[in-house]
Design a protein around this ligand. Sequence first.
Ligand code: E4P
Length: 218
Amino acid sequence: MKFFIDTANLDDIAEAQALGVLDGVTTNPSLMAKEGITGEENIKNHYIKICDIVEGDVSAEVISTNFEGMVKEGEALAALHPQIVVKLPLIADGIKACKYFSDKGIRTNVTLVFSAGQALLAAKAGATYVSPFLGRLDDISTDGLNLIAEIRQIYDNYGFDTQILAASIRHTMHVIDCAKIGSDVMTGPLSSITGLLKHPLTDIGLAKFLEDYKKGNS
Ligand code: E4P
């Protein structure tokens, strides 16, 4: 399972990269705004900074909602750096743009996916990644994990190459449950990755080992 971090915060990206388990980054316009990154040029420069930190795919989202605009924006984003993946919303023009980019060999991440039918369309359009939003479904009392399982089954039935990128991950149990289902990728905040390190028995065991070493070597 690939681990992506879902942030535009360079410190968090660097920390996850330093851990040695990071495979990529996803961003969205809200995450960029949260870091105070505004204006076309600043946003583009920020993507390049992210690509310089991480070894792996970096999703950069288009703002346009029509086919022509998405193609223009997506081509400009893809030209920024070989690690850039063009992130497109799951709307009719987004699916058209996804097909256009996949025919050209430009990688895509189809985002804002909330149903198995939407995920099927994204795969048929040749998406590299499809992003079902697990946490946002859970937020409205709908089983987000069930959606990941449905997409897994459909993609396996037909051998689609599109990778399931479980998005809107909120905590470590989401990561573990997605791994059990067979999601190809997960993207979440730094805490969802570093949280996997934690177990009190590890801390207690380590303290005891060090204490015993000290006793025997003092
Ligand atoms: C995915 O690509 C999105 O950026 C993200 O996972 C959305 O997460 P949120 O629901 O926590 O905002």
